[in-house]
Design a protein around this ligand. Structure first.
Ligand code: HEC
Ligand code: HEC
Ligand code: HEC
Ligand code: HEC
Length: 414
């Protein structure tokens, strides 16, 4: 006969088992796909995403959705001063906003040929076939023409760019990033999963320049990753990307420093990675996968933001809009100031007996001002990735541009 205390024990055990069972059921139902073991049948260098899609159909479907992101309006429509800033360089001819990853090859083939002057290197961030070609040709790759490499490419950005097909782990495949990290003394085999969820993007969404002579793609990170540290890096090298035809200034070109701008932001210091907002977990049928549609998180705030933020969708949307419109306002002010500097420099250049020393100082100020403005203009996200750093850069841009205007005027009046 079972005594009363025993009954209580048996009842408790039954209740505990039911709760545990239900817990395990719900946990695995929510994480089913994430725990699927790798199938390991994809060939080591498989560049075709459709082949990966046979094993990971949900991910492939999600990837295919990138075809929906077709729009890529010209930057010049909203920021006409960019045309004046970039005059004499390839970017002054045509410069569009980005669109879906699956359009990389189409877009680079359709761009104005003036933009492809750097040759083979332009293809580096456009296809999963590149790392093998770089291995094949070594540093000669950078000396080849745009067409010599482009003609060989078949696939836009795809699975092999970020994954090891054997284990499905995240993998860094781009040499310029690996080299920059090695110069910093980092062990590139030892990144955490969370670090890799940003670093896979840093393979391409970063600032870079072409090393004079070798034409190699180099990340100017050796003195640090913020705008001021990169400017110092270039100044120390006395690097000039092109000379402005009106102003006579030796200029720099910033290129989408998305990863760099994110450093030190509220979200980065709180431990977030690019994938947290741009590849949120999305439900497909009864499983969850990381979304492989790389787009504006505002298209899916519920998955991208409200997992952490209790504030509603409207509040979040408004915060993003406020940050972006305040950033745009200062961009426009800085744009006007830099254009004014260019005009003043152009007038000074034409003036007989101009004070060359003051003129040169005015050009120095133009170089710095344009750099700080460009750094924000070409950064994706309209200031959201790091609002304070963006506004700080724009404040410096306005100050340098005004100093350039003053010095250029003074150079004529001596
Ligand atoms: C731009 C980089 C990138 C590309 C390209 C890419 N992935 Fe991913 N993938 C990621 C990231 C980041 C994660 C999240 C990994 C993590 O959290 O550990 C991920 C996760 C996964 C996972 C693990 C399960 C999950 O949903 O989190 C699978 C499977 C996967 N990707 C398949 C693919 C396939 C198939 C393709 C090509 C059609 C592809 N990926 C292309 C970056 C990429
Ligand atoms: C191999 C290079 C490469 C990698 C890796 C890469 N990107 Fe991109 N990304 C690009 C290029 C190039 C474009 C612009 C494509 C175009 O306009 O044709 C782009 C465009 C985008 C866009 C704009 C899409 C749109 O519709 O406007 C987003 C968002 C984006 N990437 C996010 C990411 C995130 C997040 C990661 C990391 C998980 C990542 N990218 C990894 C090269 C890359
Ligand atoms: C806290 C969330 C968050 C994180 C983390 C984040 N982003 Fe963004 N990103 C955004 C928002 C919000 C926008 C603005 C979208 C818009 O204007 O529609 C954006 C815009 C972009 C765009 C342009 C997309 C478009 O449609 O205009 C790219 C490219 C991009 N981010 C890349 C990155 C990269 C690379 C990282 C990591 C270094 C990153 N983001 C980290 C939230 C985030
Ligand atoms: C993984 C968690 C996480 C996700 C996802 C996330 N955030 Fe945040 N966010 C934070 C944390 C943590 C802070 C800082 C502390 C706080 O304000 O709660 C923060 C702060 C903010 C702030 C105020 C600080 C600032 O820099 O202006 C805004 C605005 C914001 N987030 C918007 C967004 C938007 C929009 C998204 C989606 C695109 C998003 N967040 C996604 C965790 C997250």
């Amino acid at each position: 006969m079972v005594t009363r205390p025993h009954k209580v024990v048996i009842l408790s055990v039954v209740v505990v088992m039911i709760v545990l069972g239900a817990g395990i059921y719900f946990f695995s139902a929510h994480n089913q796909d994430l725990q699927e073991p790798p199938l390991g049948e994809i060939a080591a260098g498989e560049v075709d995403p459709a082949v990966w899609g046979k094993y990971y159909p949900r991910h492939y479907d999600s990837y295919q959705e990138n075809f929906q992101d077709k729009e890529h309006p010209s930057h010049f429509e909203t920021r006409p001063y960019m045309k004046t800033m970039y005059a004499g360089g390839g970017f002054g001819v045509e410069f569009n906003e980005p669109r879906g990853h699956v359009y990389t090859l189409e877009d680079i083939r359709n761009i104005d040929p003036a933009r492809r002057k750097a040759g083979a290197a332009c293809n580096t961030c456009k296809s999963p076939e590149i790392p093998a070609l770089m291995d094949q040709y070594g540093d000669k790759y950078y000396q080849m023409t745009f067409e010599e490499i482009n003609d060989k490419l078949e696939h836009p950005i795809a699975c092999l760019d970020c994954h090891d097909p054997k284990t499905m782990d995240l993998k860094l495949t781009r040499k310029p990033l690996l080299e920059a990290l090695q110069r910093q003394g980092q062990d590139t085999g030892k990144f955490t999963r969370q670090e890799l969820r940003s670093l896979v993007c840093a393979q391409c969404h970063v600032n870079y320049y072409f090393e004079p002579g070798t034409k190699k793609i180099v990340f100017p990170w050796d003195q640090g990753l913020d705008a001021g540290q990169m400017l110092k890096y270039f100044d120390d090298l006395q690097f000039v990307e092109w000379n402005h035809p009106l102003a006579g200034t030796g200029l720099l070109k910033a290129r989408h420093p998305d990863y760099e701008m994110f450093q030190g932001s509220t979200h980065q210091t709180a431990g977030l990675a690019c994938a947290d907002c741009h590849m949120p977990y999305t439900r497909v049928g009864n499983v969850k996968i990381s979304s492989h549609r790389w787009t504006s998180p505002l298209n899916n705030i519920e998955q991208s933001c409200t997992v952490c933020h209790r504030e509603g969708v409207d509040w979040l949307q408004e915060r993003v809009q406020t940050i972006q419109s305040q950033t745009k306002q200062l961009e426009d002010l800085a744009g006007q100031a830099v254009v004014e500097a260019i005009n003043e420099l152009a007038a000074a250049q034409e003036t007989p007996g101009v004070d060359e020393k003051l003129l040169q100082e005015a050009r120095e100020m133009h170089r710095k001002g344009q750099w700080y403005l460009d750094y924000v203009l070409v950064n994706n996200g309209g200031g959201f990735h790091n609002p304070t750093a963006s506004l700080n850069c724009l404040g410096q841009a306005i100050d340098y541009a005004h100093r350039s205007v003053e010095l250029a005027r003074a150079s004529r009046n001596t």
